[in-house]
Design a protein around this ligand. Sequence first.
Ligand SMILES: C[S@@+](CC[C@H](N)C(=O)[O-])C[C@H]1O[C@@H](n2cnc3c(N)ncnc32)[C@H](O)[C@@H]1O
Length: 219
Amino acid sequence: MNTFLPSRLFSLTRLRSNRDMQSLYDDAASGWQSGIRKLTFDTAYQELVRHPRVPVAHNRVLDAGCGTGALAQAYLCQTHYDGEIDLLDLSHHMLAQAQASIPQANILHGAVGDVPLDHRYDVILCAHVIEHCADPDAALRWLKSHLAPGGTLVLSVSRPHWCTTLVRWRWGHASYRPDQVVEMMQQSGFKNVNIAPFKSGPPSRLSSGYIANSPNPVA
Ligand SMILES: C[S@@+](CC[C@H](N)C(=O)[O-])C[C@H]1O[C@@H](n2cnc3c(N)ncnc32)[C@H](O)[C@@H]1O
């Protein structure tokens, strides 16, 4: 039996359509980056990308559901990667903010799990997006399908907390315990799944980081 079905069913009752989500995040875009800083997610993201298993990409990077690009900025700053980087989001206003802070990025509009992409990435960054997806397993499989063999997924997902329960009413997202996320990632075909907990501040209570690889048949 799927042990976390009840929490998913509860979550599904709150999930929004992509169209609603786009307008919600369009409205939030101008204040998003200052909210990230206030809650210290910028620091948490820097911590996450310093994880020894996060490589410097040699080909192409995607931030899927990039918002204002906070995780991509942390990655670029930490690794000094200067190759191709694609930023994908449903919200045009979020994408405009992300483009302003990472002018060299290629901007892609569309939904994780839906939009066809032309590339396989050696690193995919994805923070607080699968919680918005009606089928998070399908979203994870989509992310895996866009990784090159052996590529790395750097993921951050909201954890259950009284605060995330309140936040859910506004943003309509689910939250998953770290063991649930690990199970979902493994079932979606990811290998070497590690939890990379945030160490301090609100991110340590509200969220967790994860690192995983797509299978590499030649390894
Ligand atoms: C909670 S915000 C996180 C933004 C950013 N990753 C960060 O950590 O600051 C969720 C973002 O994902 C976008 N989003 C939600 N569902 C999406 C989907 N299915 N595909 C692409 N973007 C999505 C929203 O527009 C929003 O910008």
